[in-house]
Each structure stands twice: as C-alpha cells, then as structure tokens.
Design a protein around this ligand. Structure first.
Ligand code: KIV
Length: 272
C-alpha cells in the first residue's frame, strides 16, 4: 500500500516533533518518481529549472509558462511528496491580483503550494494568497531573483544587524501566513536563531545543520549538473560521469557495428 501524501500541515507537525524535513528540487516526472520513491518529503519545482534544465544564465529569464510545464510533469510523477512550485520573477511582485492569478495557475498545474522570495515587500501578496487558500512557502537570505540588486550570489545575514533584520523578516512572513521558510546562504548562527524564534519550519540551503529541514538542487547533489556547484553542496553521486561513460560505450558499439540486442517476443523467444 502506498504511503499517505505529505500535506502542508504535516510540515509544521514535523517541526513540532523535531523530525527533519527533506526537500529536493525536481523538474520532470521521471526524476520526481525516483525522488519520491527514495522518501523525499517535498519536491520543489524551483526556478533553478532555468539554469539546470533550460540553459539560462540565471532565474530571471524563467517564465510562468516554463514553471507550469515543469510543475505539470513533477505533479504527474509525485505520489507521496508535497509539490511546491516557485513563482518566477515578476509574477507576484507587480500586484496582489497578479500574484493570486499566477499562483492559482500553478495550483491548477498540480502544485499544492507556491514559493516566493522576499520579506515585508511581499507580505501583502502572501496574506492574500493564504486568504484565498493558496499555501505559501517564503524564501529569505540570498534571493536569486534579486541578483542584480545584491550584486551577486553573496552570503547573507552574517553581521549582527543583518541577523536581526532577518529575524524580523521571518516574523513578518510568519504573521502573513507562510507555512515554511527557505533560508538560503545565511550564516549558521542566523539560521539557528531564526529556527528557534518562529513556529513554522525553516528549510536551509547553505545555512548549516540547525534548520528544520534541508533543500538542495537535485542535479547538484547527484552530480548531474556540470555548471558551478556551490561549496556547501555535498555530492552523493557523480552521475554525469556514469552518463558520459555509458553513452561513450553506446557510441563505440554503434560505430563499430557491434550494437546488437536480439529482438524477442513476450515469451523471450528470439524473433529474428
Ligand atoms: O529554485 C530553487 O531551486 C530554489 C532552491 C535553491 C531553494 O529556490
């Protein structure tokens, strides 16, 4: 019998019980099935899809149509995991109406919740989304959609006053109704303080071990992505090498006319 689906309220319950929350990004149905089978709680259709799958330089180029396409695929593959979809740049910042309309489309595509980057500037949108029944995950610390304003992918909340500001922002998001908050590339002390200060779970990425859960880009931790891998990523496999060597063997077989696999019928009897 399959395990019950992870639901939004389960994450808060996990924090209460001191159970860590496991999150990975997913962008297609095949990978979603594998990650789900391995016991991942939350599949995040991250806007990192831009770099990982679509060859963009950063997340700013990702469109709502890109996200809808990949969210549908992940939702088809996920059986147990909660599917959360990133709202791409400019789909929630311009107006609350836009935010509701665009988040609604992501839920229609199969996500159970959306994720948005930012603090007090977006709490109006968060509040309205939650009011109309759309669960929202926050994202603080390094916010890749603000790349140009910050001047690069820099570590956040290391100085005392920045830690205080981060704690205030997390309180603002919690009051607005988020069910969890991603903390990206923040100092470990900051992550520990925030995690202790709020009731909703924190999900860290490059934020040390004390968050309520961890998220990684699946292609980074599996060694499939051959672009820049942040130093905090523990790689559990180097699948790119396995893929290249398997494909080289196939190339060799085809070129030397050695590729052969006898066709068989349903009983296993050769048909040619
Ligand atoms: O887009 C993404 O993959 C993310 C994670 C890095 C948290 O937002």
């Amino acid at each position: 019998m399959s395990e019950p689906r992870v639901r939004v309220p389960d994450l808060r319950e996990k924090k209460r019980r001191g159970e860590k929350i496991v999150v990975l990004t997913a962008y297609d149905a095949t990978m979603a099935r594998l990650l789900d089978r391995a016991g991942v709680d939350v599949l995040l259709v991250g806007d990192s899809v831009g770099m990982v799958m679509l060859g963009y330089e950063h997340t700013l180029a990702v469109t709502l149509d890109d996200m809808l396409h990949h969210t549908r695929a992940v939702a088809r593959g996920a059986e147990r995991a909660l599917v959360v979809a990133d709202m791409p740049f400019m789909t929630y910042q311009v107006s609350v109406e836009d935010a509701v309309r665009n988040a609604g489309r992501l839920l229609q595509a199969g996500a159970a919740a959306v994720k948005v980057e930012g603090g007090p500037a977006i709490t109006g949108a968060v509040r309205r989304l939650v009011e109309v029944g759309i669960p929202v995950m926050g994202h603080l610390g390094l916010q890749p959609q603000s790349l140009h304003q910050v001047g690069g992918y820099k570590r956040q909340a290391v100085q005392r006053e920045d830690i205080e500001a981060l704690v205030e922002d997390t309180h603002a998001l919690e009051r607005a109704g988020v069910f969890a908050i991603v903390l990206e590339s923040v100092g470990h002390d900051a992550a520990r303080q925030v995690t202790a200060a709020i009731g909703v779970p924190t999900i860290g990425i490059g934020a040390g071990p004390d968050c309520d859960g961890q998220v990684l880009v699946s292609h980074d931790m599996l060694g499939l992505f051959d672009g820049h891998i942040p130093s905090f990523v523990k790689q559990y496999a180097h699948l790119n090498e396995i893929v290249v060597s398997a494909v080289r063997a196939y190339v060799e077989d085809v070129k030397t006319a050695r590729y052969a696999r006898p066709a068989v019928d349903v009983t296993g009897t050769p048909t040619a």
